[in-house]
Ligand binder design. Structure first.
Ligand code: PEP
Ligand code: MN
Length: 294
């Protein structure tokens, strides 16, 4: 394939020189690794499902039980949250240390591995004790000291793309993990900011084209989070199926028993029944790609 056509801002040669560990060594080079018994980068498309935020012990136990029953491979949920509105962040909503404790209890009780966000290095021991995957949120995608500190723990890392970051910026951030000797990195597309939106509630645009674009260059698995990208429940199903068709290696979905009452971003989570139905449709699309979600 010609990598030099006009308008292409990065070439494989450029990435190989600047980010040698992230770059593919040959066109068929795709890395795969196992986290908590689930293999990424092969035929299975692992699913991360759960609420935006670890709101309460009751909620997180209920979600763990239900998403596990309906086929999620990992439970997601933030105890430390990068909330846009500061007044609700500290006092009223973030559950922080308590939230991490509830995640730990739910993980043990329902035997479901956890992906959760790490916001500050000072909480790294606490969070990495329970997290099977450390999530670096979009807002911290270029927080290199945080990324390096997380990488040094040896814990698998999911690096969400900042909504303003180019593919090159994103891959550069991933190189910060790999150069610490940590090879378990998942990239996650979660929507980009564009000057126009489809409707006033749509904050981001799901950049599905970045999946094949990234796969041309890097061997790392690419996850997609249609919940954050669409910010709008009615679009989550179609964009999830499209993500699989685009080649996503994992899917992150916000699932809440009572989505309208979600403490954070109530427009985007789907309920348990919709998750169950969506997972069946995901499997059908995956099969056409010679992959599976089950
Ligand atoms: C999240 O997954 O909870 C989250 C905050 O995502 P993002 O960093 O993509 O906004
Ligand atoms: Mn969010």
């Amino acid at each position: 394939m010609d990598n030099k056509f006009p308008g292409k801002d990065i070439s494989i040669e450029d990435i190989k020189t600047k980010f040698p560990l992230v770059a593919k060594k040959d066109p068929l080079h795709f890395s795969s690794f196992t986290i908590a018994g689930t293999t990424f980068g092969k035929k299975l498309i692992p699913i991360f499902a759960g609420p935006n935020m670890v709101e309460s012990k009751k909620l997180i136990f209920d979600v763990a039980k239900n998403v596990k029953k309906n086929g999620a491979h990992f439970m997601r949920g933030g105890a430390f949250k990068p909330l846009t509105f500061p007044y609700r962040s500290k006092k009223y909503y973030e559950t922080r240390e308590k939230g991490i404790e509830w995640l730990s209890e739910a993980k043990k009780k329902y035997k479901i591995p956890i992906i959760t966000e790490i916001m500050e290095e000072k909480y790294l021991d606490l969070v990495s004790n329970v997290a099977d995957i450390l999530q670096i949120g979009s807002r911290n995608m270029q927080n290199y000291p945080l990324i390096s500190a997380c990488a040094k723990t040896g814990k698998p890392i999911m690096l969400k793309r900042h909504y303003g970051a180019s593919l090159r910026d994103w891959l550069g951030a991933a190189e910060y993990v790999l150069c610490e000797g940590n090879k378990k990195v998942i990239l996650c597309e979660r929507g980009v900011s564009v000057p126009h939106t489809h409707r006033s509630t749509s904050r981001f645009l799901l950049d599905l084209q970045v999946v094949p674009a990234a796969k041309e260059i890097t061997h790392l698995p690419i996850a997609v989070d249609p919940s954050h990208a669409t910010f709008w429940r009615p679009w989550v199903e179609s964009m999830t199926l499209a993500s699989i068709a685009a080649g996503a290696d994992a899917i992150m979905l916000e699932v809440h028993p009572n989505p309208e009452n979600s403490a954070v971003d109530p427009l985007q989570p789907i309920n348990y029944i919709d998750f169950k139905n969506l997972r069946n449709k995901m499997h059908k699309i995956a099969l056409t790609m010679n992959k599976r979600v089950i």
